[in-house]
Ligand binder design. Structure first.
Ligand code: C5P
Length: 235
């Protein structure tokens, strides 16, 4: 589906960054039909949250499984098959060629693979310390091109990287951006932030939002406002 055809409500992905399933269920009930797409990561996934993926999927919601897989190809493939069976829509892997290839081959018909190029907490010094002799910018671009060649469905990137990655990968690549802050909300530990409207205008397909919704006094209202902002910047 072309990004412009994805309904605004589906372009908001709320990060269920909570410690247990009970807290997740309470938040899902509060958000009701304001949210269509949820992200489940290490914290909730490893705290009994995996069955919640199936549960959300069977109730018509979409789930982004943010598990950032990276292992030998065979192990990645088996993990991807298991996540696909849970009914997730997106699954992240680290953007190493073997890992991306194995994940794409094992994903089946309904799961889409997103690659994380370089973690946004890494700068050039961190890359050098990890043994890479490339800058963050060059490695992000090289890995985006590899992802494109290997048939990866999307990339997780900061809103600032969207325009450049779109030019490298073309219109079909799903660009999914965290670090989103509606005007006036607290930045927390995010350093490179953008408002929903600006990120959409820059070409992001999906926005991942955690604290601005999860910690709002009225989470449903906060989610609805973000959806309205996405809608306004696409119409
Ligand atoms: O609370 P906040 O809106 O900052 O949450 C953003 C979500 O996106 C978190 O679940 C975080 O782990 C995730 N994320 C991120 N930056 C990345 C990749 C993922 O903030 N580069």
């Amino acid at each position: 589906m072309k990004p412009s055809l994805i309904p605004a409500r589906e372009r908001l992905i709320v990060a269920l960054d909570v410690p247990d399933v009970e807290a997740a269920r309470a938040m899902i009930a509060r958000l009701g039909d304001s949210v269509e797409f949820y992200k489940i990561g290490y914290q909730l996934g490893y705290a009994g949250g995996l069955p919640l993926i199936r549960e959300l999927a069977s109730s018509g919601k979409k789930v982004f499984a943010d598990f950032k897989l990276h292992d030998i190809g065979n192990t990645v493939a088996k993990g991807v098959e298991s996540v696909a069976k849970l009914g997730a829509t997106f699954l992240t892997v680290h953007a190493y060629p073997q890992t991306m290839k194995a994940a794409v081959e094992a994903r089946g018909a309904s799961l889409q693979i997103l690659a994380v190029t370089v973690l946004t907490s890494y700068d050039n010094d961190d890359l050098h310390a990890a043994g890479f002799r490339m800058s963050v910018t060059d490695l992000v671009e090289a890995r985006a091109m590899q992802a494109q060649t290997l048939g990866v469905d999307g990339l997780v990137c900061s809103a600032e990287e969207v325009a450049k990655l779109r030019a490298v990968t073309g219109a079909q690549m799903r660009l999914v951006t965290p670090g989103i802050r509606p005007a006036g909300s607290a930045t927390g530990d995010q350093k490179r932030i953008m408002t929903p409207a600006k990120a959409i205008a820059a070409g992001a397909d999906y926005l991942v939002v955690g604290r601005p919704v999860m910690e709002a006094s009225d989470p449903k209202h906060a989610a609805e406002q973000i959806v309205a902002e996405i809608e306004a910047s696409t119409s």
